[in-house]
Each structure stands twice: as C-alpha cells, then as structure tokens.
Ligand binder design. Structure first.
Ligand code: M6R
Length: 620
C-alpha cells in the first residue's frame, strides 16, 4: 500500500506533489509527507493524517516548499503507528539521503541490528528508515556513488518495495527502484514524474514507463533516463507506452462520493465489459462470445481437469459466483481459495489445472504471490483484472481485462459486477467449447446479458426508497445478510460493503444455514437483509422468512417486481426487475451497494476512505 510521488524538472515541484498525493490517497491516508529540494538544501514536512492536513501544516508553519525537485508519500501504516515520526519521507542519520518507500522490508530487523552495532540510531519504527540508513552505510563505508549503494543495498533485502531516494548534495538526481510494489514514470522532454500509478500525471504527459520488478531508474534533470537491472546493473532499453485514460473517469462530477458515482456507472461499465465480446452474427443470428485470452487457449480450457479461483475480498466473492457458473456450464470442478491461504499450504496443483486469479487492482500482494506459486508449480494461470498493465495482468499466462474503468472508492462496486460479467462470459464460452451447455440456455443467457445495463439502470431508481429504509436502521449495531445458491456470495458482498464503509457489524450467511447458529442473533432490533427473488429457492426462502418473523426480526427483502407473496410477510421490500437466476447477482447486488452507501453517508462516514483500509493491498 502507500502512495509515492516525485518530480524532477523545471517547474515548481510542490503543486504537482501535493495534488498528486491527493489522487493517491486511495492507497493509504493515515499520514503523509513531502520533501522539496533547492540547491543543497531541502524542506520537509510530515504529519499524521490526510494530505489536506499536510497542506494545512505546510501553510500554517510557513514551510518554504520552493524547488524543482521533490518527493512525497501518503501512508498506510505497516511498521509503526500513524504519526508524524513514522510518516515518510525518511532521512538517513547524516541527513544526506531522503527516501520514500511503498512495501515491506521483511529482513529489516536483522539489518537494523547490524546498523545499531555500527552506531546508527533510529527515530521511527519503520522498515523504511532502516533501508535508507543501510544505503547510507554502504555508500559511506565503500565510498560508492548513490546509484551503486542503492543497487547493492536492494540486493541485500528481502521484501517488496517501490522507492525514490535523493542525495541532498546531488538533488539533480532521483533514483527509483521497484520490486513487488508498482511505480510509473511520466516522461516529458524536460521533466519526469514519479508515481504509484499514472493518474497524478495524466494532465502533464501521456508518455509512461512502468518499471518492472527488479528494475531501477536513474533520473537526472535534463538527461535521458538510465534504466538498469538491480541484480547486475545491466543496462535496459526503456519501453515508453502511451496512456489512454480519460480524465472524466477520475473525477467525481456531480456525485458526493466516488463510490456513489461508481455504483451509478454500472450500466456503462458492464456495457464496456461486454463490448466486442458478445457478438451477434447477423446471418445465422448466432451469438458468439469472443475473448482473445480464451480463444487462443481453447484446448487448455477444454482439457482442464479442475479450476481453482484465487482472490481476496470482493474479488473472492465474485469468485464464489464464478464457481456456481463454471461448474454449472462447464462441468469442470471448481475450488475457490483466499489467496493468502492458498500460498501457505503447499497446494496440490496438476499441470492440467487452471488457476484463475481475480483482482481489480492487479496489485494485491497475496494474489500476486499465489499466482507466482501456481506458475512455479506448472499451472496455466488466467487473470481477470481491471487495471491495465498491472503486475498481476503482466504475470499471468493469459487473461481478460474487465474494462470497468478506474475505481477510486475503496469499496469495490463496479469492478465487482464487471468481474461477474467476465465470469459469466467465461463459463458460457467454455461450456460451449465443451458442448456441455444447453444450446437454448446459452442463447437465452447471451440475449439477457445484452439487456443487463438497462436492467441495472432501472434498478438504480430505487435509491431514494433505500435512503428512507437506511434512515430507519443506521443506528443498529448488527445486520444479517442472507441469500441462497448464487446469491449467497451476494449476501457476503453486501455485508462486506456495509462493514467496510459504515463500521456496522454485518454477517453474510446462506439462508438455510441460519438455523444452525446465526438465528440466535435474531431479535426485534436485528435487521435481516434477505435476497428472495423468484428462483428455485423461492419457497425455501419464504420458510426462512417465516422463521425470522417468528422471532420478531426486521426483514428487508430484495424481491422481484411482480412478487406479491413476500411483500405481505416482511417489513420492507426493495423491488428489482425479473432476471434469470444465473445472471441475478448482477442485479441483486445493486440495492445492497446502495444500502451500504446510504447508511454510511447518513452515519457521516468518509465513504471513499474508510478507516484502516486502502484500495490496493500491496502488503501481505
Ligand atoms: O484489487 P483486488 O480486487 O485484488 O482487491 C481485493 C480486496 O482488497 C478488495 O476487494 C477489498 O476487499 C475491497 N475493499 C472490497 O470492497
């Protein structure tokens, strides 16, 4: 996690650094700091809290932030509490080297002991302060250049990093390096922008270089960038790409929060996920699903003995939906694993197994490590990612982008429905390859998929009604979410949304499982959100509703528009359009996203930046 930023060029660095950090706050926002360099001096300001707090502190303390070179950081604490001292940048003992870091140095403790034995002292509890001092130690002991000292030090450490470091006596050079955590360089003729992702610099340049793992760049004012391999100093040829991000996609526009904007964007984002992939062939009126990553690996999918889907958080919930779909349409056994669990239990992987990794950010450390392990064991790894060019996307054997557009709110919304859309396409496509899916079902579901954006658009109209319900329940301490079959993972996702942005405790359960324990929680104060659409579980769900009502629980039921039976039994209904069971999660999740949003907003929470969380979890 953490966001890093840097600038070297001919303009004042501070405005870019401070505005860039605001755009990176989705990566962490518990403390922040900036250092700006001018000749052989630098000014540094750090604070606990957001980048706005930092801006205020700089203004009130009258810190001189003049200079055309600088670095900045927004933190998600790993080593040490969020406070001014643990905030980055960190400065070496001699005050000469100033560094920012995203990632974790796993062997920092052993290095710290050596440095302490050699007279170094530490102000903070961070692993970063250890690394900057290791670089200083190696530099001074051996009279190495900064470049060489950085390279040697990085070869000594275990862990993940993206760093930027400056020597105050040579502030015309910034050295950046990457292993595990992302780093993008924006390149203009006479200026360089450094950032954890390209969004902060898209207003300035469309030329981007994504550093790869094990690479370092020596960036000098008015000079060409020098790209090297960290391991052996081998010179590399920088491959500069053109950015294709639309600015409107990263602005809040008329919405109070990005999360609300992203919920409302779902008709469009799903259309983008489907674009060019669901094709109607006019002559035969046949519907074709076309996905390069699958088409070019047809035999791998046809011959797969087993599929394991690996992900975290909301992407894990989408994976559970994928399990239902893939098993149903392809008849291939599917397992779903938490990435963090998968990699530590020596999983049994056959060469004929397919591993699917799902990640919005494409940077989640646990998922990335699981992917690498699966590849080492010889599996074919297929990725479903949203962020183009992300580490996971670059490391898989083949994959598909969800094309949901940038998701800035920490709570996943449009990326979740885009992942489900891709999983539906994938399951239908493999089922067709293997001729195990009923032809009429295939055709009907493809046709219905085309109508999903319109159905979501219509579903969003219930927002006002949901707001009224939210006003009734925003003060409760516990919620239960129930669903069955393919809508059980939707219940899990609904409860995660509420928990993460409103801090109200919520549990998701398969509705029938309630009587095995969770029913003990039901009383007149407990709201139970239940997905009760007309599918094959309908009658069973009605029985569950009766059981809750017998214990005076308050029920908010997600029902189909034409349903009249459940309406009579429950406290509140939220109506959604009729939809096939297999595609229903794309619609049933919408009211749950809105409910979580409205409750959190009424509670006055910062919806886009919930406490303790960050958008991409790049630490294990
Ligand atoms: O970027 P990823 O999809 O790999 O992220 C996985 C989780 O960290 C993410 O889904 C998280 O649970 C969200 N905050 C949920 O809203």
């Amino acid at each position: 996690m953490c966001g890093i930023i840097g600038y070297i060029g001919y303009k004042e660095a501070y405005p870019f650094l401070v505005n860039g950090l605001k755009k990176l706050e989705y990566r962490g926002y518990d403390s922040s700091g900036i250092a700006v360099f001018c000749e052989n001096k630098y000014s540094i300001c750090k604070t606990k809290g957001s980048v706005s707090e930092l801006e205020k502190k700089i203004f009130l303390s009258n810190t001189n932030m003049k200079g055309t070179v600088g670095i900045g950081h927004t933190r998600w604490a790993t080593h040490g509490i969020p406070d001014d001292i643990n905030a980055h940048p960190h400065v070496s003992n001699s005050n000469e080297l100033i560094m920012i870091h995203n990632g974790i140095i796993e062997n920092y403790h052993a290095i710290k002991i050596i440095l302490l034995e050699n007279g170094f002292t530490f102000k903070s509890e961070t692993d970063t302060e250890v690394l900057v001092n290791l670089i200083e130690y190696i530099k001074k002991e051996n009279k190495f250049s900064l470049e060489k000292a950085v390279r040697i030090s990085l070869n000594e450490i275990i862990g993940a990093y993206s760093i930027a470091i400056i020597d105050k006596y040579n502030p015309e050079t910034i050295i950046v390096a990457k292993l595990g955590s992302p780093i993008a360089l924006g390149i203009n003729e006479k200026e360089f922008f450094i950032s954890s992702d390209p969004i902060p610099f898209i207003n300035y340049t469309k030329n981007v270089l994504y550093l790869k793992d094990g690479e370092m760049a020596i960036i000098k004012k008015n000079k060409k960038l020098d790209l090297r391999k960290i391991i052996d100093n081998h010179k590399l040829n920088p491959i500069i790409e053109k950015l294709k991000i639309n600015l409107k996609e990263i602005e809040k526009g008329k919405y109070k929060y990005f999360m609300l904007k992203e919920i409302y964007e779902q008709p469009k984002s799903i259309l983008n996920t489907l674009r060019g992939r669901l094709l109607i062939q006019n002559k035969k009126k046949e519907i074709i699903i076309s996905i390069d990553g699958i088409d070019s690996n047809k035999n791998v999918f046809i011959n797969a003995k087993c599929i394991t889907i690996i992900a975290c958080g909301s992407s894990w919930h989408a994976s559970l939906i994928g399990e239902y779909l893939l098993e149903k349409f392809t008849r291939i056994p599917v397992e779903v694993e938490y990435a963090s669990e998968f990699r530590y239990r020596n999983p049994i992987i056959d060469k004929k197994d397919i591993i699917i990794v799902i990640s919005q950010s494409g940077e989640t450390a646990d998922t990335l490590s699981a992917l690498k392990l699966a590849k080492e064991k010889g599996a074919f790894v297929f990725g479903i990612c949203n962020v183009v060019g992300s580490s996971i996307a670059r490391n898989v054997n083949a994959g598909v982008y969800t094309h949901a557009g940038p998701e800035i709110g920490v709570a996943s919304t449009k990326s979740f429905t885009a992942q489900i859309t891709v999983l539906i396409l994938l399951a239908l496509k493999i089922g067709k390859y293997k001729s195990v899916i009923d032809k009429t079902l295939y055709k009907n579901l493809c046709r219905e998929l085309i109508c999903i954006p319109k159905k979501i658009y219509n579903t969003l109209k219930i927002d006002k009604h949901i707001k009224k319900i939210s006003h009734i329940y925003y003060k409760v301490n516990n919620f239960l979410y129930l669903g069955r079959g393919i809508n059980f993972p939707v219940a899990l996702e609904g409860s995660l949304k509420l928990k993460e942005i409103s801090y109200i405790h919520a549990e998701g359960y398969p509705a029938a499982e309630m009587k095995h324990g969770p029913i003990a929680l039901v009383d007149e104060k407990t709201p139970i959100v239940i997905i009760a659409i007309k599918d094959r579980y309908y009658e069973k769900i009605i029985a569950n509703i009766q059981e809750i009502k017998a214990r005076k629980g308050k029920i908010i039921a997600i029902i189909n528009e034409e349903d009249i039976q459940i309406r009579m039994l429950v406290d509140h209904v939220i109506k959604i359009p009729k939809i096939s069971e297999e595609l229903s999660p794309l619609i049933t999740i919408i009211p749950l996203q809105l409910l979580a949003y409205q409750i959190a907003d009424i509670c006055g929470k910062n919806v886009d930046k919930p406490r303790n969380l960050a958008k991409s979890v790049t630490v294990e």
